[in-house]
Design a protein. Structure first.
Lengths: 136, 144
């Protein structure tokens, strides 16, 4: 009886093991590229349009979309290879979507899922100017 | 008849128990491995970020390394094998700093490893802001 139950449960146990191995790897990759996406967005949000800020110094300084795009792209290019990104920048904000290379899966191919798994992370940043003191 | 059935169940359980135990120990070990990897990601990212906001390259290595070990302590990477190295050779406005965190999982953390170590590593590169101030340095174009 015990053996019968064990044999019936075996596919579920392997599934659980597979989820742990491959899911864990995806989670680690996601955390890694989320940090990259946030750093890239932060680097891009530092690129203010100096000319616009000088023309209208009382208004919030807008982003220079080209410089912001370049800064974010340079940040991602500085990371270890294997990442690709989609960057959108305008005068108000920059958004960065980073996609990992294929996550090495062990169990999913064994059950027939052979599509490469890519993990994505998105971050958005906008410039803040005129900060004179930290919040209480 | 009932006694014989009980005895049979006991024999079956005796055979299956080690397999089940191995399975659950494996699951716990995988959890520890994933947790450690997540910790190393955080260590590398925090170390690189702390280094990137330092006033100079020597302080970048110090600040980055110190911060890395602090984060590692928070993640309980405490078997003594955590190593954080910060490369600040390209430190400067618009430059970059790199942090590498390595850790060896041992059998005290994953009993199934036996006498083996499982080396893990994560790396992160942080870009130094081009427009931040660098204390002690003369701004470009400033009068001496």
């Amino acid at each position: 009886m015990n053996v019968t139950v064990f044999v019936l449960l075996l596919p579920f146990m392997f599934g659980l093991l597979g989820l742990s191995v491959d899911g864990g790897q995806m989670l680690v990759t996601q955390r890694h590229i989320q940090g990259v996406a946030e750093g890239a967005a932060r680097a891009g949000a530092e690129q203010l349009d100096k000319d616009a800020a000088r023309i209208n110094p009382t208004a919030p300084a807008p982003l220079d979309p080209n410089l912001a795009w370049n800064a974010a792209a340079n940040y991602i290019a500085a990371q270890p290879p294997g990442l690709s990104a989609t960057i959108n920048a305008d005068s108000a904000q920059i958004s960065v979507e980073v996609t990992s290379s294929a996550v090495p899966a062990v169990f999913l191919p064994a059950i027939g899922y052979k599509t490469p798994i890519h993990v994505r992370a998105t971050a958005v940043a906008e410039p803040r100017t005129g900060i004179v003191s930290a919040a209480p | 008849m009932r006694g014989r059935s009980r005895a049979s169940a006991l024999v079956e359980f005796t055979f299956l128990a080690p397999i089940l135990m191995l399975f659950f120990l494996g699951l716990v070990g995988l959890g520890v491995e994933v947790w450690t990897q997540l910790g190393l990601v955080a260590v590398a990212q925090e170390a690189a970020h702390a280094a990137a906001v330092a006033p100079n390259d020597a302080a970048a290595v110090d600040q980055g390394t110190t911060r890395g070990y602090q984060v590692g302590s928070g993640y309980r990477l405490g078997n003594g094998s955590l190593h954080v190295s910060v490369d600040a050779s390209q430190f400067g406005p618009g430059g970059r700093v790199s942090a590498v965190a390595t850790y060896h999982l041992s059998r005290t953390e994953i009993p199934l490893l036996g006498g083996f170590d499982l080396p893990l590593q994560q790396q992160h590169v942080e870009v130094v802001s081009q427009f931040r101030s660098f204390p002690g340095t003369q701004p470009q174009g400033a009068a001496p």
